[in-house]
Ligand binder design. Sequence first.
Ligand code: ARG
Length: 494
Amino acid sequence: MLLLNLQQAYNLRSYVHLFKLFYEYYQTMSQKDTAIKPWGGRFSEATDTFVERFTASVDFDQRMYRQDISGSIAHATMLAKVGVLTDDEKTAIIDGLNDIQQEIEQGKFTWSVALEDVHMNIEAALTKRIGVTGKKLHTGRSRNDQVATDIRLYLRDEIDLIAAEITRLQKGLIGIAEREADTIMPGFTHLQTAQPVTFGHHLLAWNEMLERDYSRLIDCRQRLNISPLGAAALAGTTYPIDRHYTADLLGFSAPTKNSLDSVSDRDFAIEFTAFASILMTHLSRASEELVLWTSAQFNFITLPDRFCTGSSIMPQKKNPDVPELVRGKTGRVNGHLICLLTLMKSQPLAYNKDNQEDKEPLFDTADTVKDCLRAFADMIPALIANKAPMYEAAKRGFSTATDLADYLVRKGIPFRDSHEIVGKSVAYGLEQGKDLSEMSLNELKAFSGTIEEDVFEVLTLEGSVAARDHIGGTAPNQVKQAAKRAFETLEARS
Ligand code: ARG
């Protein structure tokens, strides 16, 4: 009996032992999944599948593959220069990375969510391709300085495309302004007819806005063009790295000065989005005017059919969808600015995963701005000015009233009194349905005896605009000179 019990106890022990063995085997098998992660070493269970997807950025950051590869090539080149890698290792890494780039560009690369982001996907592919040497690429580097480098390189490329597109738009705009330097339209304040201006002058006002946008963009480029590479995770690295060398290789003007700041701040992305918001605000204002001007009520301009769409129900409609959409898209860019500001505002030093959220708003901002600029740059040179309706509109609304007041001042009447006199003549004109220039000398003399025949020179629209003949004024002669100077500014850029 006792023997039997001992036998049973022995069996039980071996069952427990067997169970333990089985459990350990199970653990090892499930750890296989963690082995795929470059950081999997200290983990004992696989990432939850939802968490894996939730924390991954590869779906959107894969578009930085070119910048990621350039950054890695520069890093490997530098590691070989300082003796951390052999020349053979460097060559194998660079060849492998170039092959991977080709594979991505041919659409043959398989991105894996399990590998989280563009950085780890490419690194894993490199190791798969060239073996153990691939594992040496990440020496003296962290994804924190890697991603900070990639975004800067990405944004720098986008900035160069956007700058070229602003220049193309400005060129078209200045061309039309020059052509329309003599075209008279009403100038508005409060959207009420104020004084006559030239259409060219109005378009050059848009050009001034774009000129400032351009300079803001170039400013932003200059500030972001410094290299965070070498900051590593946050504190720098123990390897004898040459940060000036990698900065040079990547076309940065210098290495960043503080490793903690390098991996943490995304103010350059905020600055770019602020630039974009202001630019979009300008494009939106111009869009608003284009929409108004194409309406039957204004009829100041015609947009070619290829920039408009129709209505599925109203056969007569030709809608200015392009400027409307540009106006509408301003909202999303402004939203991205608020998003990035809020993303940054409570982050302690140094890197935090929050920063992974910088990419989608940033990418969408750059895409939206590029599309809107392209639409504008294509559309503006094709715009047709409807001179007669513009002229007629300028004649309505007593737009030369200030000219009459100035005329009276020149005849010795104090401005406040002349303002009163002209106000009365406008009231009379409203009653009679007559513009000031349509009144007879006698009618005008009833308001002030100082008015003579020469008044009609200032009451015409042409006389009114020609008289504003100083720098920044609307006189056609000034507009032509301003357009010439504006062209020269563009030429000086290249
Ligand atoms: N995908 C990450 C990002 O966009 C890369 C950096 C990750 N760094 C880290 N320590 N988890 O920010």
